[in-house]
Design a protein around this ligand. Structure first.
Ligand SMILES: Nc1ncnc2c1ncn2[C@@H]1O[C@H](COP(=O)(O)OP(=O)(O)OP(=O)(O)O)[C@@H](O)[C@H]1O
Length: 950
């Protein structure tokens, strides 16, 4: 039984965070301690107090309550109290009574805990080591950040996410064709940036109808909890900047418009990343930049990372498209004229790139083309490397990257198409030409209709309606046809899209009267009402059969569970038509899409239908030529819509067809080929997919988690194959991350995770798993242990010390030093004679179930304290010896990256006067700063284990 004397210093084994305790009194077999650092008092039974006596040894450096330090040379004990003798920092001999020791001393360093007998079970040491190892592995994994999403692994998405997420501050335009998964790509990138600490504060801005969809997608697919900011939420804040109250914020674009104060608040809120969906709405021209554009432009300047998403980047004009590219990379996209000039050279550029990709030897002509293309690019070394068989392959890859970036479509633009992604179900066009109602014919003849009126005569009719005239939908034959069509489809879901919100409202009423369960969805409804309507439509059993949407209302929404689309009226802009079809024709669509189009055969609607069908072939697949053809022949089309003429129409449609064909050919040879190469390299994408699939198959997560759950007292119950129910156990040590009181069902299988959204899909990147790893490493759990082990090369009784060091580099967050210097784990094993046995793998030391008795253990540690200290010094020496090579490797990696960046900027500066010298200087300074941080990397002893061989 320990003997307690008032004035002695002890620490609590169960609550080491209390600091150094002092014995106040010992009475009736009870001892009372005061922990001055935490102002706590504790009383224990003397015979089983969970306390460890603090006793320093010769050579230790200790601190007094007054703050001076003593190097101990002698330890004396009298009447149960210790006096330390030694010298202070000035070399003056002094003594320190134990009662005068610093009350705030912490004993959570591994060696402190070992010497004070705070030993953890060996399993915790193992768990700690495995956690460190795994974190190192995960940090190095090329697919880090991309495995944790509840998503199918789709090559083009993974390629883009990988390519973009690894840039230090990504600024890109995600412009895949409609429905190919831009939201998912953005989610993967955000997930990666948050997980790797490259971003902490993210703002997503989307059109209001998409708020809920984004909120849900981020949560259910990526476990990211965005806070939705609307008027109500915003007004709750009376003081301070509301945006500072959350790290992840989702807002509608309209939320900012007409409200300068909100814009200023958002601009002042210090985001790391900003995402803007449906970015084609950011209209720009030299004379008139839209308020939306101006706002995002200001945001873009203040935020390091910017993701813009649009399926139809040129919908509001090529200049707007260019303006958005400039917003992302002003150094590369500085002149519209030059941008256009470059476009003209895309074909020959693509030709050179193709040769670089395919030809084992470059012919003279290609070489000279290549030389002239990169004349200003500071890339002579790459050209020289082409002749070196060892380095030619990497030189080719770098040259292709350089050509795409500096002369092609640029590294900021990603666009995948159905033609390259493949595997989408087909489309079937079902047409319903109708005669134009007499009332419309008369009205159009009597007025001077605009094209809008010609295409939407119901709006003209409504404008001229008198009190006693019937509503338009009572006489419009399309409405009758619509009702019949929907009824004939019985229970199949039908999405109806028309241009105007009022048309959608009227149609819903018309359908309701005819007994059809239809919901309506348009921009004039509140967000809640819209989401309710969409949910009612999505409900497979009791939901609405039809959803009538306006153009803007339907943009970006996921309706692929429906297979029938009714195009109630045709838009003039072909991108809008593609957006409409894209509601159904998107990833996840399982059937052929039936596109029903009704139109009035005589007149503008008929002309427009034939233009789309025969001229642009726009119903069967998206055509990259549709918009350019419309831009070139649009005025002639408009004339024909005003005054239809059969012969003229045939001629115009023929011209459109030929032009579309020619443009498609040209784009195919030039721009699209470059875009394709930039947007998804098949081999690289497949490599990444294979890596993710291999990670999914590795099966090392569950065994690890079982150990964690066991160590922390989480109860596990089998649910079914690969699925488990987790609950707080009776002996749970501490609050376990992401584990609700009433438990949670989890799966480790991606297929099940995709199908069963009621289960959590656990991966190494799931918040519960990351939380568990943090729990282990942020505490001292397992940092000091003692084990009996068996190994054929060890002799019974042999004493060994296992030490685990972590080599870390501290740097300001903005430098993202982890890219070049992830924490490095170094493990050493020495025996009592100082022999280095580190080559014996961790797993080969077989632990014996017999544990040390605590008193025995403490005695062994104390009696061997000198030896242990010496072995720790040996290990530290070894660890230090490894530091230079780790430091020089990461310095080299950093310098290679920064040099490429510097060269790029310098080359751009030669052609673009807007690239400022300061930008180059900044990059150089950054490189120097990073180099200093890397040089200052430090070693930390993470854990120790004393081993006795048996
Ligand atoms: N990898 C994936 N795994 C599972 N579902 C996916 C995946 N990629 C996309 N989807 C689903 O496919 C649909 C289309 O994806 P998403 O909304 O990201 O496309 P988009 O390109 O943003 O569309 P739009 O052009 O209409 O804005 C969504 O329902 C999405 O959940």
């Amino acid at each position: 039984m320990p003997i307690f004397v008032p004035g002695q210093r002890w620490i609590s084994e169960t609550e080491p965070e209390l600091g150094l305790g002092i014995v106040l009194s010992v009475e009736n077999n009870r001892v009372t301690l005061l922990f001055i650092a935490s102002s706590e008092r504790r009383t224990y039974a003397v015979n089983n107090a969970p306390l460890t006596r603090v006793r320093f040894s010769k050579g230790d450096l200790i601190e007094s309550a007054d703050g001076w330090k003593l190097k101990v040379t002698e330890v004396k004990e009298q009447n149960g109290l210790i006096t330390y003798e030694g010298v202070d920092e000035d070399g003056t001999p002094r003594t320190l009574e134990e009662v005068e020791l610093n009350h705030f001393m912490q004993f959570n360093r591994p060696q402190d805990r070992l010497f004070t007998g705070q030993l953890d079970p060996s399993e915790l040491f193992r768990l700690r080591y495995e956690t460190l190892q795994k974190i190192g592995q995960l940090e190095q994994s090329p697919v880090r950040g991309l495995i944790g999403g509840r998503t199918s692994i789709i090559p083009h998405q993974i390629y883009i996410a990988h390519e973009v997420a690894h840039r230090p501050s990504p600024r890109v335009l995600l412009a895949d064709e409609v429905g190919l998964g831009k939201t998912i790509e953005a989610g993967l990138i955000i997930h990666h940036q948050l997980l790797t600490g490259r971003a902490e504060r993210v703002l997503i801005i989307v059109p209001e109808p998409l708020l809920h969809q984004w909120l849900v997608e981020m949560l259910r697919r990526f476990n990211l909890r965005f806070a939705l900011f609307d008027d109500e939420r915003y007004w709750q804040f009376e003081h301070g900047n509301p945006f500072l109250s959350e790290q992840l914020v989702l807002c509608g674009l309209d939320f900012f418009m007409d409200d300068e104060e909100r814009q200023e608040a958002a601009l002042a809120a210090g985001w790391d990343m900003c995402v803007v969906d449906e970015a084609h709405h950011l209209q720009w021209s030299e004379q008139n930049a839209s308020p939306e554009y101006q706002f995002v432009e200001r945001l873009g300047r203040s935020v390091p990372s910017l993701l813009l998403l649009t399926a139809t980047p040129e919908q509001l004009g090529k200049r707007s498209h260019f303006a958005r590219l400039r917003l992302l990379d002003p150094d590369r996209f500085y002149s519209y004229d030059r941008f256009q000039l470059e476009e003209m050279q895309y074909e020959s550029l693509a030709d050179v790139v193709n040769h670089l990709l395919d030809d084992p030897i470059l012919d003279r002509e290609t070489l000279s083309q290549l030389k002239s293309l990169i004349a200003h690019d500071l890339a002579e070394d790459l050209l020289n490397r082409l002749d070196d068989p060892e380095r030619a392959e990497s030189a080719r890859a770098e040259l292709i990257q350089l050509l795409l970036d500096r002369h092609g479509t640029g590294r900021v633009l990603f666009r995948n198409t159905r033609a390259t992604v493949k595997g989408f179900p087909g489309r079937e066009l079902i047409t319903h030409p109708l005669p134009i109602p007499e009332a419309y014919r008369r009205l159009l003849a009597e007025t001077q209709p605009e094209i809008e009126d010609l295409l939407h005569p119901e709006t003209l009719y409504a404008r001229h309606a008198k009190e006693d005239t019937p509503e338009w939908w009572r006489l419009d034959s399309r409405v009758e046809w619509l009702a019949k069509t929907i009824k004939s489809l019985r229970s199949a879901k039908v999405l109806v899209i028309c241009a105007k919100p009022q048309t959608a409202i009227d149609l819903e009423e018309a359908l309701r009267i005819r007994g059809i369960r239809a919901a309506v969805f348009h921009e004039k409804m509140s967000i809640v009402a819209r989401d309710r309507a969409a949910a009612w439509f999505a409900d497979a059993e009791n939901g609405a059969q039809a959803l009538v949407c306006s153009e803007i209302g339907s943009e970006g929404r996921n309706f692929q569970f429906a297979h029938h689309l009714v195009v109630f009226d045709l838009p003039l802009n072909p991108d809008l038509l593609e957006q409409r079809i894209g509601r159904l024709d998107r990833i996840g669509q399982t059937e052929t899409i039936r596109i029903h189009v009704a139109y009035f055969e005589d007149g503008a609607q008929g002309v427009l239908f034939r233009w789309y069908d025969q001229g642009l072939n726009a119903f069967s697949q998206p055509s990259p030529a549709a918009l350019p053809v419309f831009n070139r022949l649009g005025s002639e089309l408009a004339a024909l819509l005003r005054v239809p003429n059969a012969e003229e129409e045939i001629r115009l449609i023929e011209r459109a067809r030929k032009l579309a064909h020619a443009i498609e050919e040209e784009l195919h040879q030039g721009r699209d080929r470059l875009l394709e190469l930039n947007s998804c390299r098949k081999d690289a994408a497949e490599r990444l997919v294979r890596l993710i699939e291999a990670t999914d198959r590795e099966n090392d997560l569950w065994p690890y988690l079982e150990d964690v759950f066991d160590a922390y007292g989480v109860a596990v119950e089998e649910h079914s194959d690969h699925c488990y129910i987790l609950r707080p156990g009776e002996h749970m040590r501490t609050q376990f991350p992401e584990l609700p009181e009433d438990g949670v069902t989890v799966t480790l299988d991606r297929g099940i995770g995709l199908a069963r959204e009621d289960m959590q899909f656990l991966t190494w990147e799931h918040p519960m798993v990351r939380g568990a790893m943090d729990l282990i490493l942020n505490s001292e759990h397992g940092n000091a242990a003692m084990s009996l082990v068996r190994h054929p090369e060890l002799e019974t009784g042999q004493l060994l010390l296992e030490t685990v060091y972590v080599l870390e580099c501290a740097a300001p967050k903005r430098l993202q030093i982890g890219r070049f210097f992830p924490p490095t784990v170094l493990r050493f094993l020495f025996d009592q004679d100082g022999n280095d046995l580190s080559a014996l793998p961790f797993e080969s030391l077989v632990e014996q179930p017999r544990q040390f008795d605590r008193e025995q253990a403490l005695e062994l540690v104390r009696s061997r304290q000198k030896l242990i200290n010496r072995l720790i010094q040996n290990a530290e020496k070894k660890a230090r010896a490894r530091m230079p090579s780790v430091i020089s490797d990461s310095t080299k990696r950093m310098l290679d990256t920064m040099t490429t960046e510097l060269k790029r900027l310098a080359a751009l500066r030669r052609v673009n006067p807007n690239v400022r010298q300061e930008e180059l200087d900044q990059l150089k300074e950054q490189a120097i700063e990073m180099s200093n941080c890397i040089q200052g990397a430090h070693l930390r002893l993470d854990s120790v284990r004393l081993l006795v061989a048996v």
